[in-house]
Design a binder for this molecule. Structure first.
Ligand code: GCU
Length: 696
């Protein structure tokens, strides 16, 4: 792997896999024929079927880039013909007609890849399906998994597969750890179009079909992208993403009518405000006719919202939805709403209750072009917290799950942390709301979600990408971006399967790939062992969120407490405590409230326990805290040894940059180990039973 912009598309001149297929394929891959509806001349093909054309161009690009093979492109209509030594890319219905085939329907955005003795057929259900089929085909070729005479059919689990950027228009990125914004600089849209096209390729290659380009905290009301000062430039950006099947969204500021000084209010029930948004939407869609809609953070951490006017989130979201409706736009309304001005003395408020308390009562009151975007956990992207009780409980509202690819609380792309590890746990969480209540079973698209009763329409996640040459700061953090896309496509994929794919695509099949694979899979448990123990959460340095500070948020307004005393730690969230568990379906409420059944990695999230509480391994809670801190540090030492073992087998720049970060991670793990161990020793006066060094 090199530091190039195309990351997981690597050069592999020699085909891996089946020998006969290889020989046959080389011949077949020389010509690529795009099948278009009717007999369109070349010009019209470009204009009318931009995504299909891109699919064909991407296949040519992939052959050249990955295999140094030059193929020629021809365009053909759907009139009947016989199959020859060629790659065919087109809509499934057209290919069936042209070659009297019987390729089965696969569902929106899906594809069928068929390898015959003499041809390779990539048949998309629609244009996007063609594009995704092309990328899948290139990946399978690279992994040596495209067998002779085979037929592969796939379709995404859900219709919305979105990336959220927290990029500010000054070019900085909130919680960004890979350099500055790809899109903005100095209060302008300012980008390298080639870099954006490369980014669009990366995203499309794993099935991403939406992107919001600006931070949900739209604080600078005077500088809004939804004004004509910016819309022309936003439209140009949208045009780069469009042939890759990716639609733009804009984060908006709820008080814009007021902030732009057009009105003296932003009250969603004031007719002038509704009219203002309607006109604004008309204007925006004149520039970007296929804008996917607005993303809104309202009444959250200081952002304006309907609460200011005594209105509900339903009032706010539905007013915006009405403005977007004529343009097929959607409102994505975030549920990250809690009281961030809490008094730490006040025991009546438990922050983790907030999303459910605010939004469950509103279920069913939203317009059909509103989706709620719910963070996966009730707190805030902690390394370990339970899945929020809203999933499964929302029965009448379309919604998305929000993940965080950028490693705000998970090592900030200095520490290696392979996120699909926790995402797999999330997808397997059983909401216990129905027979098929696991998160991965709740995803739905088209009619499917209506039949199943599930309204989970996909995923959204905060990007980990910036202007750094390797996209993600830490080269191995690319696996998180790749993994996110694959998970959106198929939420039942395991973390191990995704890691094997990414390392295979990025490092080929050899010692380096095996080593990276092992490191990825060992990274999450390592981090979990040296940072906040057993689901306690937080304990981080305020504001930066990197490195330990046990009481950093303890006497603060953010509601993130563990209330450690000399004899106890954790929050009682049982019915006798804050009552948070009662927001779950009864089976889960009982499981989490019962000490014997509560998973140990969430013990301190749900319970307040004495340090001498005996855990399943027979050791006390305190001893387990000490043990895991020491083990966490040792686990990072092991990651470093694995990396050192592949020195010389991969690009030296990549080796050195990852190596430098691993060493910083070791220093961080040491800090976590010693700060936490010393803290608990000072609080309790009880030392390590094994006599290891704890600094006083
Ligand atoms: C966290 C994060 C903020 C972000 C917020 C959000 O609190 O620290 O930077 O704005 O989440 O999701 O809106």
């Amino acid at each position: 792997m090199t530091n190039e912009y195309d990351c997981w598309f690597q050069d592999r001149r020699s085909f891996t896999g089946n020998e006969t297929l290889k020989a046959g394929l080389r011949e077949i891959l020389r010509t690529v024929t795009a099948i278009v509806p009717g007999s369109l001349p070349g010009e019209a093909f470009e204009e009318r079927t931009a995504i299909l054309r891109q699919a064909a161009m991407e296949f040519l690009w992939g052959l050249k880039k990955c295999y140094n093979l030059s193929a020629s492109l021809s365009v053909s209509g759907e009139e009947s013909a016989s199959i020859s030594n060629t790659v065919y890319i087109g809509l499934r219905s057209n290919l069936n007609k042209k070659f009297s085939l019987n390729l089965p329907a696969v569902g929106a955005e899906g594809f069928v890849i068929k390898v015959t003795k003499t041809a390779l057929i990539i048949a998309g259900e629609d244009e996007r399906g063609c594009l995704y089929g092309v990328y899948r085909c290139l990946a399978l070729l690279a992994l040596g998994k495209l067998a002779a005479e085979t037929e592969i059919a796939e379709a995404p689990a859900a219709p919305i597969r979105m990336i959220n950027h927290w990029d500010n228009i000054d070019g900085s990125i909130e919680r960004g750890y890979a350099g500055r914004s790809l899109f903005f600089n100095n209060d302008r849209l300012d980008y390298d179009p080639q870099r954006i096209a490369d980014y669009a390729r990366l995203l499309a290659s794993v099935g991403i079909n939406r992107i919001s380009i600006n931070n949900v905290n739209v604080r600078r009301a005077a500088k809004l992208l939804i004004t004509e000062e910016y819309l022309g430039d936003v439209a140009k950006l949208a045009a780069i993403f469009r042939p890759f099947g990716i639609r733009l969204m804009l984060s908006i500021n709820f008080s814009a009518p007021y902030g732009l000084k057009d009105l003296d209010t932003a009250d969603p029930l004031d007719a002038r405000v509704a009219e203002w948004w309607k006109k604004r939407a008309d204007l925006i869609y004149r520039y970007i006719p296929d804008l996917a809609g607005f993303l809104v953070k309202a009444d959250s951490e200081g952002e304006p919202g309907p609460f200011q006017y005594g209105r509900t989130h339903g009032d706010g979201a539905n007013m915006l939805a009405a403005a977007l409706k004529p343009h097929n736009g959607e409102v994505i309304w975030r549920c990250f709403v809690y009281n961030s001005a809490q008094d730490w003395r006040d025991r009546s408020v438990d922050r983790v209750r907030a999303a459910y308390d605010n939004f469950k009562p509103l279920d069913g009151s939203f317009a059909d072009n509103v989706l709620l975007q719910v963070k996966w956990g009730p707190m805030d992207f902690q390394l370990r917290e339970p899945v929020t009780p809203l999933f499964g409980a929302l029965k009448k509202t379309r919604h998305l799950m929000e993940l965080q690819i950028t490693q705000e609380y998970t090592g900030q792309q200095i520490d290696l942390c392979y996120l699909p590890y926790i995402w797999e746990d999330i997808m397997n969480f059983d909401t216990a709301h129905s027979e098929h209540g696991k998160i991965k079973e709740l995803f739905g698209s088209g009619d499917r979600h209506l039949l199943q009763g599930g309204l989970l329409q996909g995923l959204a996640a905060i990007s980990n990408v910036g202007l750094d040459g390797n996209w993600t700061g830490h080269t191995l953090a690319q696996a998180n971006l790749y993994g996110y896309g694959r998970l959106c496509w198929d939420p039942s994929l395991s973390a191990a399967a995704i890691a094997a794919e990414w390392t295979g695509l990025s490092f080929g099949s050899g010692k380096a790939a095996d080593a990276v694979n092992e490191m990825l899979l060992k990274s999450y448990p390592a981090l979990e062992k040296y940072s906040a123990p057993f689901g306690a959460g937080g304990m981080i340095t305020p504001h930066s969120h990197y490195g330990p500070n046990v009481e950093g948020y303890e006497y603060d307004r953010w509601g993130d407490y563990h209330r450690i005393t000399w004899d106890r730690i954790g929050i009682d969230r049982s019915p006798q405590g804050t009552g948070y568990v009662t927001q779950y379906a009864p089976k889960n409420a009982a499981r989490f409230a019962d000490l014997a059944q509560c998973p140990e990695n969430l013990l301190l999230f749900f319970h307040r326990l004495p340090y001498d509480y005996k855990m399943k391994n027979g050791q006390t809670l305190l001893q387990n805290i000490y043990d895991t801190r020491f083990e966490g540090y040792e686990a990072v030492e092991e990651l470093i040894k694995i990396w050192e073992s592949i020195k010389g087998t991969l690009n030296a720049d990549v080796y050195e940059s990852v190596y430098a970060r691993l060493k910083r991670q070791l220093a961080n793990a040491r800090e976590w180990r010693d700060v936490l161990n010393t803290y608990f020793w000072r609080k309790t006066g009880i030392g390590d039973a094994k006599g290891r060094t704890i600094y006083e």
